[in-house]
Ligand binder design. Structure first.
Ligand SMILES: [Zn+2]
Length: 126
């Protein structure tokens, strides 16, 4: 069954607290970000006008005033944040030595990834 609440968010998104706990228990700091509704609009006040739908941190006085710098492994905060915002996306800052590759399937991302892997194969495989 697929149920949506008044903001158009589905029950399938409620497991984000579990995902956040999974990461922090492995030492990965996280923070809550706004969610994306099935209509692809952001859950922030800008809604359909938001240009970073579901990709920006929530704000809370005292704990979430500095965006990604507030990511934490403090389970008490993780429980409280996701109890307050159960549909919040899980945000994780990029740590030193890491990089992010954003694959956009709507714009040929998987084909680009395949091409990149083929071009880098001689450097990646011993
Ligand atoms: Zn937004």
């Amino acid at each position: 069954m697929h149920v949506q609440n008044t903001k158009g968010l589905s029950d399938s998104m409620v497991g984000n607290q579990s995902a956040a706990l999974y990461y922090v228990r492995r030492g990965r700091p996280v923070l809550p970000c706004f969610a994306v509704a099935p209509d692809r609009h952001c859950s922030c006040l800008k809604g359909p006008q938001c240009e970073h739908s579901g990709k920006h941190p929530r704000w809370e006085r005292g704990t979430l005033e500095h965006g990604h710098k507030n990511a934490t492994t403090d389970e008490h905060l993780i429980w409280r944040w996701w109890d307050e915002w159960p549909h919040a996306n899980v945000g994780a800052p990029v740590l030193p030595g890491e990089m992010v590759l954003d694959v956009d399937p709507d714009n040929g991302g998987f084909e680009s990834l395949r091409t990149l892997k083929l071009s880098m194969a001689r450097y990646l495989d011993p």
